[in-house]
Design a binder for this molecule. Structure first.
Ligand code: CTP
Ligand code: MG
Length: 234
């Protein structure tokens, strides 16, 4: 099932504390961004990649694409101040290129290099029928809602899922959700929230626990261990 992926890559990586965009950091010798791009480059169902970048990193990223044989990038819009702004820039680039409303698009954090092809496939199939589908895993921990250091509520753990990317949508639906959020000044932490606000149901596809977002130093250590395990299994 053909899809286009939108990768927000215009963050600063503040929590990683590397002094530069964390996506340039190597994971077992290959930059995080190049690893994520390679997954989509190698997936025959992926028709194109739209990459939101910081203007001052554009040249460096172009070089990375060439170095790693990434040929599917069709647009590199400027990212914005918030992740949602960067994703909206990708959505606009896609719609402005005359793409169909019912095309399948996925939004995926450039900082998650360990996504699985099985999950991508299931998301694309689910979107064809239902319009919106997100990758998530059941919470292993009990989740509490806390205010001022005091527990307010404990949702039943069997109903709690931890949400990741990719998040997949019919293009027209995502574009409508993004523009509505912008006009109402709503800032979400994922694309699903914006689509939920339209009243459109969002399906959940069970993903894998190793689809980690490289956020702090400990994630790099876990990432290296995951790659080592993969090598040993090959
Ligand atoms: N991102 C983006 N534009 C922004 C902020 C984030 O494109 N204004 C991207 C990041 O590059 C990353 C993804 O969104 O691929 C997920 O964001 P996150 O993990 O929070 O990365 P950063 O914002 O870079 O990190 P931090 O929040 O620690 O500064
Ligand atoms: Mg961030």
């Amino acid at each position: 099932m053909e899809y286009t992926v939108m990768l927000p890559a215009a963050g600063s990586g503040r929590r990683m504390g590397a002094g530069e965009n964390k996506l340039f950091l190597p994971l077992a010798g290959k930059p995080i961004l190049a690893r994520t791009l390679s997954v989509f480059q190698q997936d025959p169902d992926c028709a194109g990649i739209i990459l939101a970048v910081r203007p001052d990193e554009r040249d460096r990223i172009r070089e990375m694409l060439a170095d790693h044989g990434i040929t599917k990038v069709t647009a590199m819009p400027d990212g914005g101040g918030e992740r949602q702004d960067s994703v909206r820039a990708c959505v606009r680039a896609f719609m402005d290129s005359g793409s169909a409303d019912d095309a399948v698009v996925m939004v995926h954090d450039a900082a998650r290099p360990f996504l699985s092809r099985r999950v991508i496939r299931e998301l694309a199939e689910t979107v064809r029928e239902h319009g919106a589908a997100i990758a998530a895993v059941p919470s292993k921990d009990t989740v509490k809602q806390v205010a001022d250091g005091v527990v307010e509520d404990t949702p039943d753990r069997s109903t709690v899922w931890l949400v990741q990317t990719p998040q997949a949508f019919r293009a027209g639906l995502l574009a409508e959700a993004e523009e509505k959020a912008l006009s109402e000044g709503f800032l979400g932490t994922d694309e699903s929230m914006l689509v939920e606000r339209l009243g459109h149901p969002v399906r959940v596809v069970e993903s894998t626990y190793d689809n980690l977002k490289m956020t702090t130093k400990v994630d790099l250590a876990i990432g290296e261990a995951l790659l080592k395990r993969q090598e040993e299994m090959e």
